[in-house]
Ligand binder design. Structure first.
Ligand code: IDP
Length: 136
């Protein structure tokens, strides 16, 4: 049973030049990239994407950051793709993320943690639709 997840290489990852490495890790794992686009998010899309964090104190900062430069959005597919990509990404706090994971190897601050991956089938469906409505 295959599933889909939305992966973002956030603006810090694009600036730091790790897009190729993130793609390479996804491919090495055996997951398939079925859509990919470089784009700069509008505040509206960013606020929709992070709607669950609207009441958090860091929400404004998060929206400023995610709209602050181009990002790479991808739909990644494979068996248990949601869990598989989150394992590649590592813990949200990059200091706690295990070395060998994307965040563990490339980041130090929670607000600039390089990648996003959907955290459940429900959020994956919502996020894929938000970024790639044509995929249905
Ligand atoms: P996740 O990206 O690992 O799923 P979430 O808890 O859903 O983590 O948080 C979404 C994003 O919000 C994180 O990736 C991180 O960039 C940002 N974030 C989470 N907690 C904080 C915080 O305490 N300060 C600043 N940014 C945060």
């Amino acid at each position: 049973m295959s599933e889909r997840t939305l992966v973002l290489v956030k603006p810090d990852g694009v600036r730091r030049g790790v897009v190729g490495e993130v793609i390479s890790r996804i491919e090495r794992k055996g997951l398939n990239i079925v859509a990919l686009e470089l784009r700069t998010l509008s505040r509206e899309t960013a606020e929709d994407h992070y709607a669950e964090h609207r009441e958090r104190p860091f929400f404004g900062e998060l929206v400023d950051f995610i709209t602050g430069g181009p990002l790479v959005a991808m739909v990644v597919e494979g068996p248990r793709a949601i869990e598989a990509f989150r394992a590649l990404a590592g813990a949200t706090d990059p200091v706690k993320a295990a070395p060998g994971t994307i965040r563990g190897d490339h980041a130090l601050e929670i607000g600039e943690n390089i990648v996003h991956g959907s955290d459940s089938p429900e959020s994956a469906a919502r996020e894929v639709k938000l970024f790639f409505p044509e995929l249905g």
